[in-house]
Write a protein that binds this ligand. Structure first.
Ligand code: SF4
Length: 62
């Protein structure tokens, strides 16, 4: 499974990068999060990031 985030919806709060720094990073220039490791990341913290994202813009690719 792959994880992706909808950049236009991201408000750059940094929660996902805090919870799961292996998979999510903050692009300081854009002030948006980005997926740095779409595959092979720990599913548990990805799920936590998905649940904790205030704008629900992180998703598993179907
Ligand atoms: S938790 Fe959601 S809104 Fe916050 S930086 Fe990550 S993707 Fe963006």
């Amino acid at each position: 499974m792959k994880v992706y985030l909808v950049e236009e919806e991201c408000i750059g709060c940094g929660t996902c990068a805090e919870l799961c720094p292996e998979v999510f990073g903050l692009n300081e220039e854009k002030e948006k999060a980005e997926v740095i490791l779409p595959e092979g990341g720990p599913q548990e913290c990805i799920d936590e990031a998905i649940e904790s994202c205030p704008v629900s813009c992180i998703h598993w690719e179907q």
